[in-house]
Design a protein around this ligand. Sequence first.
Ligand SMILES: [Fe+2]
Length: 157
Amino acid sequence: MLRPEIQEYGKDILESEIFKKALKTPHHLGTTTIGSHSLSVAERCLRVADKYPGLKLDRRMMVRAALCHDLGLTDRPHCNTMGVLAFSHPVYSVILAKEFNLNLTKEEERMISRHMFPLSRIPDTMENWVLVYSDKYCADREIITLFRRKKPAAATY
Ligand SMILES: [Fe+2]
């Protein structure tokens, strides 16, 4: 169930054609889609904010950056090589967000362009660090499902 907060802060993004496409585009070896992963990252950012209220994190900024951070992997005319994509997709995410008039703030664009640290430049706000952590946390959780043993078949008598 999607938090009302994500729906509120990300309404225009969630309703955009590029995000709808992201919901159908496989991600992390087919364990999820770019859209679902982005929603998980937004949720993880908010959980961090809930757990550490003293950090006074900007929740809206984190949600919007999380929803857009991997859009650059949705439409890939610029490059199809994963190694290069790891470096280039943050910039392309920002470009696509502009093309689809998602009206990100400069801070949100900056967070997206730095979310691949250490492959990108070092984050310079706490919100950006939370995005980097949340992205890696969710990616690990998604990819690890590939290695889970199948549940044993139910016994039949
Ligand atoms: Fe991601």
